[in-house]
Design a protein around this ligand. Structure first.
Ligand SMILES: N[C@@H](CCC(=O)N[C@@H](CS)C(=O)NCC(=O)O)C(=O)O
Length: 221
């Protein structure tokens, strides 16, 4: 049995939760906050969440975990059928994650956690985010799923990261950069909202956010 460890506000945690729900893999959840990192460094060397516990040991890094789940549970495959199409799916995921969300993340301290980031960081992030989102726009299809007619792992990744990029760019730049570079994104997110796994994840996310806010701890992502 898989135990997903982390907290439900994290987009990387929710990426894996969506994969587990979409693939109908039975799993437990264990609430672990990033600031408790010394208690879980054995399982996640950088002290980041999410990580999973399995009967074979622990695994960290969400994309590694995603690939593990896809290989371990081949039913309801969430990668395309051919080798090249699978690589294209990973190419899109890399651009969503490394070249877009990971760039926007530099702004979360100000957009979500009440701190501030320098003007230089904002300028630099905007430039890099523009490149990342243009790459996503070039690779994405939105017809109706992000890679065409079939739901894939890239949809799980896109949904959770789009939520963050949308809110962050509105707050920091007063402009929704997602909508600027991906004009189909609004209809896409609405379409995705009708999926039961997304609804479950979002309800749990609301509850996790309320619990996190009640803790009143200082955390900046
Ligand atoms: N590359 C990692 C990113 C995970 C990540 O950044 N998690 C955040 C929560 S969304 C975290 O643990 N932050 C605390 C920290 O970096 O110390 C993955 O894909 O799992």
């Amino acid at each position: 049995m898989i135990t997903l460890c982390g907290f439900g506000v994290s987009n990387y945690y929710n990426k894996l939760k969506l994969i587990l729900l979409e693939k109908e893999i039975p799993f437990h959840e264990r609430l672990v906050y990033p600031w408790q990192r010394e208690s879980f460094r054995e399982s996640s060397p950088l002290g980041k969440i999410p990580f999973i516990e399995t009967e074979y040991g622990s695994l960290s890094e969400s994309q590694v975990i995603l690939d593990y789940l896809v290989e371990r549970y081949p039913e309801q495959p969430l990668y395309p059928a051919t080798v090249f199409a699978r690589a294209k799916c990973r190419e899109l995921i890399q651009n969503l994650e490394l070249n877009s969300e990971w760039v926007a993340r530099r702004l979360y301290k100000e957009s979500f956690f009440g701190g501030s980031v320098s003007e230089e960081t904002k300028r630099e992030a905007k430039e890099r985010l523009t490149s990342g989102l243009k790459a996503v726009a070039q690779l994405a299809q939105f017809s109706p799923y992000i890679l065409g007619s079939t739901f894939t792992a890239a949809d799980c990744v896109a949904y959770v990261h789009f939520l963050m990029i949308d809110q962050t760019t509105m707050k920091i730049y007063g402009e929704n950069m997602l909508e600027r570079y991906l004009p189909n994104v609004v209809a896409y997110m609405k379409f995705m909202d009708s999926r039961p796994p997304i609804q479950t994840m979002m309800e749990d996310r609301d509850a996790a956010l309320a619990a996190f806010l009640k803790l009143n701890v200082k955390y900046d992502g």
